[in-house]
Design a protein around this ligand. Structure first.
Ligand code: SAM
Length: 474
């Protein structure tokens, strides 16, 4: 099976993707909430990515954090050559890509503050799963944090059957998309929750499309795992679970607050609690954080840690009942005014204090904001991270992508936005994207769009890209 995985990656190019939940600024905030007292900051850390493919996830980090060191390993020769080509062209001397099999590769020393293994554990043969966990164990610094993504059971189980059926079926009258569309359509007539679920799975597989499916549902290995199984394996490799890489990941949106109350008796057994949450929510994926079992954690961690982070609204507007009381009203107004940037909570609180004048009581104000922020992050209303991110609401007169994103645009590969999210475009838009090089005025871009992509509404499009932090500040 290991060879089938190797064959796949030597024959086909894995799509270029970045994963915001693996950003060290996001991980550091979640790890601090999980009790790690002083996680390394992204501005000065050492980070290893195992299975880094062509470096799409690592390169923007290396460009943004020049004082940090990044290492990526992958056994795909073509992917590593591509990654090295980008690093050399951009003059990034803080990143190294190694062409290596994780079964054999070992770092010079156990001192990585972060280790990312995204798209690995569920997608490699069992012997490689073990080798991966051994590598994590042998690479992490004493207070390092590993971020491991995998597909989960029982949420993935029907998808597993649905995918097996697609693999086993002769073509239902054409290509893969036609097969999936036919199955989705057939299921949708059933009118039961089961058939609706199945139809939604096939529609989701259509959305992933032929670029991703051969590596995921239709790959040679796609093993969803029970959370309890992952905890057992990682425990055997000296690793301890800290929580998910985002606070909202600990509490899937499908779990209602009333359900949580019913689960209170499980509060003392986090693994069974999380396993129950997986069952109730039907979640299909986790990005979990681990530290070494011996690391001493701050068991008295409170919501006050959020005051040291940067925050950004993810839901606008928030439900009315979410914003209650004078302090939160002012704090929320400051957050809203800062959007789309992610701003230091301390600065937002200062604005709040100014607005409230003598009615601001520092101790009570800080506690109220911290408690609210923690809950808002758990509910997915707010993103917390350690690194503030300044973005513009409008483009400049000559919108300019970063040199790395200009290379991606040239190759028609997804750009990576200021929040580390992948940003793809329809084929017709790429020439306009490629012209976002600082050499073209808005009028030039309008003329280009008129011929290349007449349906493109240029100004709102540029504003959207600006809000995603895609333009460098000049
Ligand atoms: C599903 S892709 C994930 C890529 C990237 N981490 C992501 O999530 O977008 C898996 C990657 O792991 C690499 N890989 C698989 N088995 C490996 C092994 N034994 N040693 C090194 N790399 C491996 C593949 O070449 C491929 O680039």
């Amino acid at each position: 099976m290991a060879d089938a995985v190797r064959d796949l990656y030597s024959q086909r190019r894995y799509p270029a993707l970045s994963h915001p939940e693996t950003h060290p600024g996001v991980i550091a905030a979640a790890a601090r909430c999980g009790g790690v007292t002083a996680p390394a900051l992204p501005e000065s850390c050492k980070l290893l990515e195992v299975g880094c493919a062509s470096g799409h996830n690592l390169l923007p980090l290396a460009a943004r954090f020049p004082e940090s060191t990044f290492v990526g390993i992958d056994f795909s020769d073509t992917a590593i050559r591509r990654a090295r080509g980008h690093a050399e062209a951009l003059g990034l001397d803080n990143i190294t890509f190694e062409h290596a099999d994780l079964h054999e590769w070992r770092p010079a020393s156990e001192d990585f503050d972060y280790l990312i293994a995204h798209g690995m554990l569920s997608w490699v043969a069992d012997a490689t799963k073990v080798a991966l966990l051994e590598l994590v164990q042998g690479s992490l610094a004493p207070d390092g944090i590993a971020c491991i993504g995998y597909n989960t059971l029982p949420g993935w189980s029907l998808r597993q059957e649905a995918a097996a059926m697609v693999k086993a079926l002769p073509d239902l009258g054409g290509d893969l998309d036609t097969t999936l569309a036919t199955l989705a359509e057939a299921a949708s007539h059933g009118g039961t929750p089961y058939t609706a679920h199945l139809a939604a799975i096939y529609e989701d597989m259509r959305r992933k499309g032929p670029d991703i499916l051969p590596f995921d549902e239709l790959g040679p290995v796609c093993d969803p795992l029970h959370f309890g199984q992952v905890i057992q394996w990682t425990g055997q490799h000296g690793l301890r679970y800290l929580g998910e890489s985002t606070l909202s990941g600990n509490l899937p949106p499908e779990i209602a607050p009333e359900a949580l109350e019913k689960l209170q008796p499980l509060a003392g057994d986090p693994v069974r609690f999380q396993q129950t949450v997986d069952l109730l929510s039907g979640r299909t994926h986790r990005t979990s954080l681990f530290c070494r079992s011996g690391l001493s954690l701050d068991t008295k961690t409170t919501s006050s840690v959020t005051l040291h982070f940067a925050a950004r609204l993810l839901v606008r507007p928030l439900p009315e009942k979410a914003v209650h009381g004078e302090i939160i009203e002012h704090f929320h107004a400051a957050l809203n005014a800062a959007w789309p940037s992610s701003q230091a909570v301390a600065g937002l609180m200062e604005q709040c204090a100014r607005r409230l004048g003598p009615r601001w009581d520092p101790a009570r104000g800080a506690k109220t904001v911290a408690d609210w922020l923690y809950q808002a992050a758990r509910l997915g209303w707010v993103e917390l991270r350690t690194d503030p991110i300044e973005t513009a609401t409008r483009p400049s007169s000559r919108p300019t992508l970063s040199p790395l994103n200009l290379r991606h645009a040239r190759d028609r590969e997804a750009l990576v936005d200021g929040f580390h999210r992948s940003c793809g475009f329809p084929d017709r838009h790429w020439r306009v994207v490629g012209a976002l090089d600082g050499g073209h005025t808005i009028d030039d871009l309008r003329a280009l769009a008129a011929t290349e992509a007449p349906e493109l509404d240029l100004e709102p499009w540029l504003q959207h890209l600006a809000a995603r932090g895609l333009f460098i500040q000049q």
